[in-house]
Ligand binder design. Structure first.
Ligand SMILES: *[C@@H]1O[C@H](CO)[C@@H](O)[C@H](O)[C@H]1NC(C)=O
Ligand SMILES: *[C@@H]1O[C@H](CO)[C@@H](O)[C@H](O)[C@H]1NC(C)=O
Ligand SMILES: *[C@@H]1O[C@H](CO)[C@@H](O)[C@H](O)[C@H]1NC(C)=O
Length: 171
């Protein structure tokens, strides 16, 4: 019985962890400026307004590394396009730089080299992720999708149940 348990326990825990991981990992990578990337003469206020940014999401800046850069600055320096007293140098030299949004707060970025004056400045506010909600009811047309959701939740529930039973059994 012991050997049966230890055989069963391992894959079950693994599966459970995988399901939990699938449900928890929801960090999003946001491409600053969309297809236009990080360039002059783009209204990043409009881009920011179109994005919903949560803690643990990432920004990615695509730009010409020979022309521009990305610096995190504070609010005053964002407003005045002052690049000298930056907080973080986001640029790594490749022209495609990522930045993790670690806190629920406002972040400010600009490009050095004076390009902030041409609109290369970005202010965003980052929010706490909303509490995990049950998936919205699927539209009537997607029967396959709802079947899939149902199947997934049945499988998750069954596995959780099996896992609890094994735990109780082992203790
Ligand atoms: C960018 O768009 C916002 C909202 O539409 C507007 O208020 C702002 O003046 C624009 N900024 C520039 C530099 O055009
Ligand atoms: C931003 O930094 C500058 C210089 O480091 C400082 O004078 C200014 O008060 C800071 N602004 C904010 C909002 O923290
Ligand atoms: C930021 O870091 C990159 C890579 O280390 C470097 O090439 C660049 O000069 C730095 N920029 C500033 C403004 O310090």
């Amino acid at each position: 019985m012991i050997s049966f348990c230890s055989k069963l326990r391992h894959p079950l825990i693994l599966l459970l962890l995988m399901i939990m991981a699938l449900q928890c990992v929801s960090a999003t990578l946001h491409r600053v400026g969309g297809k236009l990337g990080w360039n002059p003469n783009i209204n990043y206020t409009e881009w920011a307004a179109s994005e919903r940014l949560y803690v643990k999401d990432w920004l990615i800046f695509y730009f010409d590394k020979n022309m521009y850069n990305v610096l995190e600055v504070n609010k005053t320096n964002y407003e005045n396009c002052r690049e000298q007293e930056f907080i973080t140098n986001v640029s790594r030299g490749g022209g495609r730089d990522v930045f993790e949004l670690k806190e629920a707060k406002a972040y400010y970025f600009l490009s050095g080299g004076g390009f902030c004056w041409s609109g290369m400045k970005l202010a965003i506010s980052v929010h706490q992720p909303p509490p995990q909600q049950p998936p919205p009811p699927p539209p009537a047309s997607s029967k396959a999708a709802s079947l899939l959701t149902l199947t997934t939740s049945i499988i998750s529930t069954t596995l959780l149940l099996a896992f609890s039973i094994v735990l109780v059994w082992l203790l």
